[in-house]
Write a protein that binds this ligand. Structure first.
Ligand code: TYD
Length: 212
């Protein structure tokens, strides 16, 4: 496990964006990228599962093919390993800001809290695959699962995860809350049950408050 670039002193920043499906991450990730670019930063916009050709293939399998929670977890971490090695670490090393639509907190929320997969095993995989790499900031868009379900129903055909019931998304939401409580310095919770402009104002304030 030694061929990820040696750290710690990477000059770039790594921000992940999380929340249950329908919480409205996407447009705010774009807005964050624009905001950072206007300040002269190089920005890499990426996502998980995905972000490399291999990981995007794994994403297709994960979102479409039925499988148990262990297979799901192993594929998610295989995708993450490739993503870290091929895109995230090189971008951070050259000073870019990496904005990822989801990262490992999603695994703890979906496979761990949602699917009931062993959290201790997830922690081992996290350590093994990431070798200490964590986002510098994680933005958690928090929205009641019932409201998120209404928003999803209005806009898209559900994938394998989005077909889950309300109880599943309540567990996923609780999973995010637990990760947030356990690592409060890394997380910012954004109340997403408000108009889009207000959500963006809260997010921008959180970004500005960081001593970057
Ligand atoms: P999402 O990022 O919401 O993309 P889209 O907006 O195109 O639907 O979808 C990815 C799905 O993958 C989402 O339902 C959560 C799930 N997922 C996991 O279950 N575990 C993980 O570790 C990650 C990163 C995502």
């Amino acid at each position: 496990m030694s061929d990820l670039p040696v750290r710690p002193a990477s000059p770039g920043r790594f921000i992940s964006f999380e929340g249950i499906d329908g919480a409205g991450k996407s447009s705010h990730i774009e807005a964050t990228a624009d905001w950072l670019r206007s300040r002269g930063h190089e920005v890499l916009l990426t996502r998980e599962p995905g972000g490399t050709p291999l990981a995007e293939q794994l994403r297709t399998l994960l979102l479409q093919s039925p499988m148990d929670a262990l297979s799901e977890t192993l594929l998610v971490f295989a995708a993450r390993r490739d993503h870290l090695q091929a895109r995230i670490e090189p971008a951070l090393a050259r000073g870019a800001w990496v904005l990822s639509d989801r990262f490992t907190d999603a695994t703890f929320a979906y496979q761990g809290a949602g699917r009931g997969f062993d959290l201790a095993v997830l922690q081992q995989l996290e350590t093994w695959v990431q070798q200490g790499r964590q986002p510098d900031l994680t933005v958690w868009f928090d929205l009641p699962p019932a409201v998120a379900a209404e928003r999803r129903a209005a806009v898209r055909t559900p994938d394998r995860f989005e077909q889950q019931d309300l109880a599943f998304f309540q567990r996923v939401r609780d999973g995010y809350a637990a990760r947030c409580a356990a690592d409060a310095g890394r997380f910012v919770r954004i109340d997403s049950h408000q108009p889009k402009e207000a959500v963006w104002a809260d997010l921008r304030q959180a970004l500005e408050q960081r001593a970057w």
